[in-house]
Ligand binder design. Structure first.
Ligand SMILES: Nc1ncnc2c1ncn2[C@@H]1O[C@H](COP(=O)(O)OP(=O)(O)OP(=O)(O)O)[C@@H](O)[C@H]1O
Ligand SMILES: [Mg+2]
Length: 288
């Protein structure tokens, strides 16, 4: 079975080499009301008895970049991890509420978690390539999902081109991924996430461990990817949020330290004309 036939969202392939996002500047907000890719409703997460995130309701727009910002501990990572079902791996973690992807609540325990993780990929703060070759890192997911060996070369090349990494690695595909620079490793991890043709890519502070040039490359890549994918990026870098995202969700904590969403809207409004004083204080650097 090929990946394209497994796909049930009508999104059939990665961008062809050299394909570019339509010229829509990040931060300008949507040209028209976009479709919702994931509708989050009353998402609440407990670790044991501690409530880390309370009643988050948020529509993640399709083919846009959604930034999640807020002070340390307000539950940004918890929210993205629960969407990828990483919270299943944390003993004592309990997730309630809904996250509707194509009509299905992906938080329900009965849902096929492998399929959720194929459709909603994740990139972490520290680049974490497998201790394998560059080729095998990209081929890993497609192999797992049944792509035949004879089709893998094409998938690997197309994916690495889509991740703007092909020219840098095409002559060393069979060398260890761990020999790449940190920034290259992170773009390889983005490529690894892209290789199974997800609909959504979650990125938890993807550039915080990367130097400024590497960060710029990742931001450029994110701008390109939103033509094909829905991106959610957690970042502590306000300039980065305003550069790369279309919409921004600002989270903070209650007195009981439970995280909650204060405000969500077009990035330009959150940064220049927020409705809530807490948002204003945070984006202007008075708090957090
Ligand atoms: N595995 C865990 N077990 C128990 N508590 C946890 C766990 N992971 C996170 N928490 C707690 O949940 C709250 C939210 O954590 P989370 O990592 O989601 O915050 P964050 O907004 O991503 O913070 P940062 O900006 O520092 O990355 C914090 O109080 C944290 O201590
Ligand atoms: Mg975090």
């Amino acid at each position: 079975m090929t990946l394209a036939t497994q796909h049930d969202s009508g999104q059939s392939s990665l961008p062809a080499a050299g394909s570019a996002a339509p010229p829509r500047p990040p931060g300008a907000g949507p040209a028209s009301a976009p479709a919702t890719r994931i509708a989050i409703h009353n998402l609440t997460v407990h670790y044991g008895t501690f409530c880390a995130v309370r009643n988050v309701t948020l529509d993640i727009p399709a083919n846009q970049v959604t930034a999640i910002i807020g002070p340390s501990g307000c539950g940004k990572s918890t929210v993205v991890r629960s969407l990828n079902r990483m919270t299943d791996l944390v003993p004592g973690a309990r997730v309630s509420g809904e996250a509707i992807l194509d009509g299905e609540n992906i938080l329900r325990p009965e849902v096929d978690v492998v399929n959720v993780r194929r459709r909603i990929g994740m990139v972490f703060q520290r680049p974490n390539p497998f201790p394998k070759s560059i080729y095998d890192n990209v081929a890993y997911g497609p192999r797992l999902h049944g792509v035949r060996d004879r089709d893998l070369d094409e998938v690997v090349e197309r994916t690495l081109r889509g991740a703007a990494l092909w020219d840098e690695v095409k002559d060393k595909l069979h060398q260890s991924a761990l020999a790449l620079s940190g920034g290259q490793q992170q773009r390889l991890c983005i490529a690894r996430a892209m290789a199974v043709e997800p609909e959504v890519i979650l990125m938890d502070e993807p550039a915080s461990a990367i130097d400024p040039i590497g960060t710029l490359r990742i931001e450029e890549l994110i701008a390109d990817l939103r033509a094909t994918y829905t991106i959610v990026i957690v970042t502590h870098n306000m300039q980065q949020a305003s550069r790369v995202s279309d919409v921004t969700a600002f989270f903070t904590m209650d007195e009981d330290r439970a995280g909650y969403m204060v405000e969500f809207g077009p990035t330009i409004e959150i940064f220049t004309n927020p409705r809530n004083q807490l948002t204003e204080d945070y984006v202007s650097g008075r708090f957090g």
